[in-house]
Design a protein around this ligand. Structure first.
Ligand code: GTP
Ligand code: MG
Length: 197
């Protein structure tokens, strides 16, 4: 897919405040600092469309971007950020879960996990929740440039083994690097083929 335009639309503190759900939408979710905003920028070929930071907890609202004037790309706050209070963490979770469950035009959720780590409980629980809730999702491994390619592939294989303990069929998996712009075209192709525009 050729990206002709990518425009910030708005930041919302509640799903009810999001733009009218009149276009297909794709959202990025995952732990704080996993690289959601960076991958959005890499896919859109823009440096600063979504705000990134070395400090976890940068994205705190639901951010909508309008792409090619016919679909929405959404950057969500990360889950599991340890340094905020329990109440704040629960508020974030509520914001994310309500958005996912109520956003009728959401075509697919990309769940990002760090390719350097073995499967983490918080991510597995989130993936399980998506499955149980009937949310269509794919898994995106991030920061692959920080690993030797064979190690990245092995970590993905380990992840598959872990997922197979619960699921027979696995979702689409992508290995990406925002730094090297790897895996971006594959995700964009998937978006194009699942979209009706
Ligand atoms: P929150 O908004 O806080 O939830 O974080 P996020 O998931 O949006 O992460 P963000 O894109 O802000 O990136 C976090 C840090 O990881 C930044 O310092 C990025 O430069 C770095 N980073 C993100 N993607 C990559 C990648 O593919 N490779 C490398 N080497 N670093 C990355
Ligand atoms: Mg972010």
């Amino acid at each position: 897919m050729v990206i002709k335009t990518a425009d910030f639309v708005k930041s919302s503190g509640k799903w009810q405040e999001c733009p009218e759900p009149n276009l297909p939408e794709y959202a990025f979710i995952g732990r704080s600092n996993v690289g959601k905003s960076s991958l959005i920028n890499a896919m859109m070929n823009r440096k600063d469309l979504a705000k990134t930071s070395g400090t976890p907890g940068k994205t705190q609202l639901i951010n909508h971007f309008l792409i090619n004037e016919n679909w929405y790309l959404t950057d969500l706050p990360g889950y599991g950020y340890a340094k905020v209070s329990k109440v704040q963490r629960r508020d974030f979770e509520k914001l994310i879960n309500n958005y996912i469950l109520n956003r009728n035009n959401l075509v697919n959720l990309f769940v990002l996990v760090d390719s350097r780590h073995s499967p983490q409980k918080i991510d597995l629980e989130f993936i399980e929740w998506c499955g149980e809730s009937g949310v269509p999702f794919s898994i995106v491994f991030t920061k692959a440039d920080k690993l030797k390619p064979n190690i990245a592939i092995k970590n993905v294989e380990d992840y598959k083994i872990e997922l197979h303990k619960t699921w027979e069929d696995l979702p689409e998996l992508y290995i990406t690097s925002a730094e090297k712009k790897a895996g971006c075209n594959e995700i964009l192709n998937f978006i194009q083929t699942t979209n009706e525009f």
